[in-house]
Design a protein around this ligand. Structure first.
Ligand SMILES: Nc1nc2c([nH]c(=O)n2[C@H]2C[C@H](O)[C@@H](COP(=O)(O)OP(=O)(O)OP(=O)(O)O)O2)c(=O)[nH]1
Length: 133
């Protein structure tokens, strides 16, 4: 098996039930694809702490672990590594999300999630999220 890569991702849901997607910058692997904000879990970090750190760095928003609910996970082999990534939803945060690292941000209605070009690991997650919301 390829090396296990642990990451964590979060669907921020606004008051209208829309989901925040972030576009990966060109130049990064999978550049241009739309993903859930988040990133790799560092050694000694919980998934929740990793998300709180990544959302602050990427979006300038603050979340507390108590507001993160896990709903699904991706287990996907890219050939280079095997990604294991829980997806959390969060409806309460502070700050207005800004694209500090993303090429762009989009608030997307659940029914439109599948029309965004996403990393292969995310497609089942997006379908589960659409069915849940
Ligand atoms: N954040 C995030 N990463 C995803 C998603 N789907 C997916 O396959 N990935 C992959 C891309 C990367 O291989 C890994 C997370 O890496 P990242 O590039 O976002 O993480 P990072 O900010 O810690 O990365 P880095 O630039 O510091 O290397 O998970 C997703 O929806 N959100």
């Amino acid at each position: 098996m390829s090396k296990l890569l642990l990451a964590a991702a979060c669907a921020l849901i606004d008051a209208d039930g829309r989901v925040l997607l972030a576009q990966r910058p060109e130049g990064k692997p999978m550049g241009g694809l739309w993903e859930f904000p988040g990133g790799k879990i560092a050694d000694g970090e919980t998934p929740e702490a990793a998300l709180a750190r990544e959302l602050r760095e990427e979006l300038d928003v603050d979340v507390t672990p108590a507001c993160l609910s896990p709903i699904a996970f991706a287990s996907h082999d890219s050939g280079e590594f095997h990604l294991l990534m829980p997806l959390f939803v969060c409806r309460k945060w502070s700050g207005r999300p800004k694209p500090l690292e993303a090429a762009a941000l989009a608030w997307v209605r659940p029914g439109e999630l599948m029309s965004y070009d996403m990393p292969p690991a995310d497609r089942p997650l997006a379908a589960q999220l659409r069915d849940l919301l």
